[in-house]
Design a protein around this ligand. Sequence first.
Ligand code: ATP
Ligand code: MG
Length: 334
Amino acid sequence: APRVFSGIQPSGGLTLGNYLGALKRFVQAQDAGTETIYCMVDMHAITVWQDPAKLRRATRELAAGFIASGIDPVRSILFNQSQVPAHAELAWIFNCVARMGWLKRMTQFKDKAGKNAENASVGLFAYPTLMAADIMAYHATHVPVGEDQKQHLELTRDIAAKFNHDFGVEFFPIVEPVIEGAATRVMSLRDGTKKMSKSDPSDMSRINLTDDADTIAQKLRKARTDPEALPSDLDGLAERPEARNLVNIYAALADITPDAVLAQYGGQGFGAFKPALADLAVDKLSPISAEMTRLMQDVAEIDRILGDGAARAHAIAQPILEQCYDIVGLIRTR
Ligand code: ATP
Ligand code: MG
């Protein structure tokens, strides 16, 4: 049976990119009746230094964001990674399976480590092996993610295949990346060639789920664009990354195709399109934001949900980890 797993880092507040590229699709998988496991990957977040109090808050706010977006913690398993030790334990096994050369090719490490890679944490370098462990600890078969995670999922497949080959078993499944829809790569509002990220130093580069209506309108008004009117078909967007980004965002928010957006707005300038997009974004995001605020008033309830989810996740992951240790030849006598 298909089993969906995915995660989000509590490395800042949720963005429109996280919502369209991840959360919205997580809810669709859940509502389709698939078994769904969603994780707040706090151990990934600490691959770059996090203030402990802010990390705790961001983790709870992320849980609130999942629930406010439509994740039901009864139908889905919702938990934070560090409460289930199988993730870190399996990651160690995978550190011994993955090759240095494989990890050195990862573009996310290059982007995040920047110029001074010698000073990046070992954890940031090994991030993809922990991500492979997150998925494989549940024998997950499908992983909905944004386009930026495609390379890490390919690595997950390589690690699973090498483990199976090295030990002569058919133990870990080869996962299918699920990268679908108009908004699998929402771009920065300031630079149409860079993806929108919750950790980008510029708050103007992104729309946060918790931004109020005025802030959303202002950020879109100031979003970088070119002076041309919108074209009437997709070919006209080929060389216009900023325009394409706004059209894709509109399409994803409205659940229509980018073609349908251009059928409506082709020939109009950004003076007309940006306010329409702002209205649509506020319409879709403000109920989520209001619900997050409400949920954050009861932190004890959020912690209870995470604890309950972690117990359910542990019950699935622990037997898989035990079997994996046995395959590798590690003795377990208690
Ligand atoms: P950080 O900057 O700390 O890496 P992030 O915004 O990239 O934060 P992640 O927690 O790394 O968020 O990713 C969570 C999920 O959101 C992943 O599935 C990722 O592919 C998706 N995602 C992140 N940014 C975007 C984006 N701009 N467009 C679409 N999906 C995105
Ligand atoms: Mg990221």
